[in-house]
Design a protein around this ligand. Structure first.
Ligand code: AMP
Length: 376
């Protein structure tokens, strides 16, 4: 019998997992609350609410292991499933990553630097948190935030009222606003046997809270990368994590400050499809199945450009000698991730030229400019 993996959440991450699993002979089944989730174009899709336990029972029947494309699956659903089939990462790891406060407290316990933070559960808490942390600061919902959603930036303490009006009423966290030098992430994989590997450190650029571009290996200080890898390893061990996760970090004055973890394959690891020996998607599948992990070594410098809201013209990327096109099969909508392109070159000069060509041909000069600058 072929091995079948059940994926909770049917977006582009599930879609790319299913595509990566096909050469391994794996079958997939995807569950999503939407009937037109884009992974449904490449794997059987079950449409159901997260608390529809009849549908979950049918979904679990006959799968060998369950995993996630979406970290906000309710904890109750993950626990219910874990009583019936192996679930990786574990519901406990998922629960920590679902709560920005629990996550930051764990980072601190593990000795990582973090932006100063405080729990905010009332309007009075916001005043005392602001008095302690100061402005500028960012107020965030503790749960269900992603891609910059559920966040309010406070330029001064005078912004407390509008920030509270925008987000108050649910558990919140106030964070110091970090005037970072740059952002980076560690994409890591940990096997069922504890084998731990990281892909090269990735440098990231966000626009409006959404990832716009990534570059790997991140140019710069190897000691910084080693420190980031050590943090990721400590996190993986503390959570007894199985599968791929990402640790997102700010670099400020040469120091690493942990922002958040994603308990799943991550947008900043999409470059690994063409830029690494084994991609994050394939290694995630290997990890959750207890198979040997593959090499995370880079094949050369790679840059990923995200397509947000709508796809640009694909011809320039298809015609490019080092370009790779990914269309998620989603309908365009403002702020929605609908695809990406990766440029995987033999050397930094080749990557710079590819980005210059793409920037001009796609009308994306602004999106490629910081990546080209970082290549030196
Ligand atoms: P998050 O959803 O927390 O990853 O936030 C999305 C993006 O907003 C981050 O990648 C940063 O670019 C920015 N951001 C979030 N929190 C902070 C912070 N405390 N200081 C500076 N920038 C932030």
């Amino acid at each position: 019998m072929a091995t079948t993996i059940g994926i909770l959440g049917g977006g582009q991450l599930a879609r790319m997992m299913a595509l990566a699993g096909a050469p391994l002979g794996l079958r997939f089944r995807v569950l999503d609350t939407s009937g037109d989730a884009c992974a449904g174009q490449v794997a059987p899709l079950v449409q159901a609410d997260w608390n529809d336990f009849d549908a979950l029972r049918a979904f679990a029947d006959g799968i060998d292991v369950a995993t996630f494309d979406f970290e906000n699956v309710p904890a109750q659903t993950a626990h219910w499933l874990a009583e019936r089939v192996p679930v990786f990462p574990s519901p406990r790891a998922l629960a920590v990553a679902q709560d920005r406060l629990a996550e930051k407290r764990l980072f601190e316990q593990l000795g990582m630097g973090t932006p100063a933070f405080a729990a905010v559960d009332s309007r009075a808490d916001l005043d005392s948190a602001l008095a302690r942390i100061g402005a500028p600061a960012v107020l965030k919902t503790r749960r269900l935030g992603y891609d910059g959603k559920g966040q309010y930036r406070l330029r001064s303490t005078a912004d407390a009222d509008p920030a509270w009006a925008a987000l108050g009423g649910v558990p919140l966290i106030l964070e110091q606003f970090v005037p970072f030098d740059f952002e980076c992430s560690v994409v890591a994989v940990r096997g069922r046997d504890g084998d731990f590997r990281t892909w090269p450190l990735t440098r990231n650029w966000h626009a409006d809270g959404i990832l716009a571009a990534s570059l790997a290996p991140a140019p710069g200080d190897a000691r910084l990368a080693d420190a980031a890898f050590a943090h990721a390893r400590a996190l993986g061990e503390a959570l007894d994590y199985v599968g791929v996760f990402a640790l997102e970090l700010f670099v400020h004055g040469g120091r690493l400050l942990a922002n958040e973890m994603a308990p799943r394959v991550h947008n900043s690891g999409h470059w690994t499809i063409e830029g690494a020996q084994v991609s994050q998607f394939e290694n995630h599948l290997r990890a959750v199945l207890g198979l040997p992990l593959g090499s995370t070594a880079s094949r050369g410098p790679a840059a990923m450009l995200n397509w947000i809201g709508e796809l640009p013209s694909r011809e320039p990327v298809l015609a490019d000698p080092v370009g790779h096109w990914h269309d998620y099969g989603k309908s365009p909508r403002a702020g929605r991730k609908v695809g990406h392109a990766t440029f995987a070159a033999a050397d930094p000069a080749g990557l710079r030229e590819a980005l210059q060509r793409a920037g001009a041909a796609l009308g994306r000069v602004e999106q490629v400019a910081p990546v080209i600058a970082a290549l030196g």
